[in-house]
Design a protein around this ligand. Structure first.
Ligand code: FMN
Length: 240
């Protein structure tokens, strides 16, 4: 996108600490050294059957309603063999959405939205494998202080919309990242009891059913809202 309207980043306001245990490299990573820049929210996701992917695209749409903030879509690498994917009837991946080349790319983001389907109430192993590959970033706490939200897909109601997001919070905690739930900021749409709808205060969500159910307009709208909400928050955090 690259449109204007980012922000003039504040100079490094972090004063040198006398605390010998403090890693100054950790703190400086959250300060934008360039005088001005457009902000980036990385949407990093895994999707086997496309449900999470449909929310990811709406996240990008929502992010880019906020002037000066760009949404960057990345898949995480697949970890299952072609054979297993065939047995699971997984469709081929859309090549137009790039795979993240290295976890070190995460350091370039100002904020994150991580999306993943549930596997027995927790994030899919593909996403966990990606988080497991961020050890070097963790070592230097390069992601500390960066805001991040989650969005999910489950097969069924009660299948883990909330637990899948909730159990993922440990990933953020160890990196020192800031968990950004959406709460009830979407308003009345979140209280609708007339139809089945995914999503929760922890983040947007879709019910995939047996795989044949697509995200509803409400589920997509919540995802777009989450993207916009995160972009506005990132802008506030970075620009003040
Ligand atoms: C091994 C496995 C475990 C699963 N566990 C759950 C589960 O605990 N709860 C649930 O609602 N759905 C479960 N599902 C269904 C997936 O969450 C569903 O396929 C996924 O949300 C679809 O998202 P996607 O289209 O982005 O891949 C499971 C699927 C697999 C293959």
């Amino acid at each position: 996108m690259g449109k204007g309207g980012g922000c003039i980043a504040s100079k490094n306001k972090i004063s040198k600490s006398s605390n010998k245990y403090e890693n100054s490299a950790k703190l400086s990573t959250n300060v934008n050294p360039s005088p001005s820049k457009n902000l980036k929210v990385f949407i990093v996701f895994y999707s086997m059957y496309g449900h999470v992917e449909s929310l990811a695209k709406m996240m990008k749409k929502g992010i880019e309603t906020v002037d000066g903030v760009e949404g960057v879509l990345y898949r995480v690498p697949e970890t299952l063999s072609k054979n297993v994917l065939v047995q699971m009837q997984a469709p081929p991946k859309d090549d137009s959405l790039p795979e993240i080349s290295s976890p070190s790319e995460l350091a370039d983001a100002d904020g994150f939205l991580f999306g993943f389907p549930t596997r027995f109430g927790c994030m899919a192993a593909q996403m966990k494998a990606f988080f497991d590959s961020t050890g070097l970033l963790w070592k230097e706490q390069k992601l500390a202080g960066k805001p991040a939200g989650f969005f999910v897909s489950t097969g069924s109601q009660g299948g883990g919309q909330e637990t899948t997001a909730w159990t993922a919070i440990t990933q953020l905690a160890h990196h020192g990242m800031l968990f950004v739930p959406i709460g009830y900021t979407f308003g009345a749409g979140m209280f609708n009891m007339d139809s089945v709808q995914g999503g929760s205060p922890y983040g947007a969500g879709v019910f995939a059913g047996d795989g044949s159910r697509n995200a509803t307009d409400t589920e997509l709208a919540l995802a777009e809202h989450q993207g916009k909400y995160m972009a506005a928050l990132v802008k506030k955090l970075v620009c003040g």
